[in-house]
Design a protein around this ligand. Sequence first.
Ligand code: PEP
Length: 256
Amino acid sequence: MPAQERRPIVAGNWKMNTTLSEAIQLASDVREPLATLAGVESVLCPPFISLAAVRDAVAGSPVALGAQNCHFEAKGAFTGEVSPAMLADLSCQYVIVGHSERRALFGEDDALVGRKLRAAQAHGLSVILCVGENLEQRESGQTDAVVGGQARGALEGLEASAWDRLVIAYEPVWAIGTGRAATSAQANETIGAIRRVVADLAGEEIAGRLRIQYGGSVTPANAAELFAQPEIDGALVGGASLKAVDFVAICRAAAT
Ligand code: PEP
């Protein structure tokens, strides 16, 4: 599928930010401007406790709801965890798995990420799978091997129909929250490498259809240049998604 036929997707990862009232305010502020943007899919990923309120705030608009994480079991004795079944019941359409903060701070490995991914899909959720290298890995020329390994580790053996409920976010760890985004050429090149891994796993047709976002210090200032690259299908946005005008501007850049 030619790049221009893949509909870009921009997701705001609010991380552990926003109180309930702040979350409702932010969702309400982006709702109308995002509703008029036809050429992009926009997703809000608030903290768990605000999912229901954000769902209600964007109800009736095309803005989608996503969670930032999930467990792999549907229910049970897992104190403090939230299951894919609960997220589906809340009308979540997306869930992020394998974010670098969860890999680095909570010890999540590819096997666990793969389990979460399959469990989420089994409950009808679409998954945003994050992959990305750290600075040392980039500087020592291991980027493609690292992101390819993460993709294979989570996606090997995925059944053909499941690829339609998947988005990959390429997020270099050194670019997340640092104000130092990858250059558009770096992002395009690495996303191209990820797409070749997907082609190897699932075939050219699925690889050509799969949306692969870039994430890491995306702002209204660098969004258009990133989105002009043929391999980049939108963004996963952290810090800039907490400011309504900035998130809307990034979505607008993806829509044009
Ligand atoms: C992220 O956490 O997924 C992210 C991309 O953060 P930021 O945009 O703040 O770099």
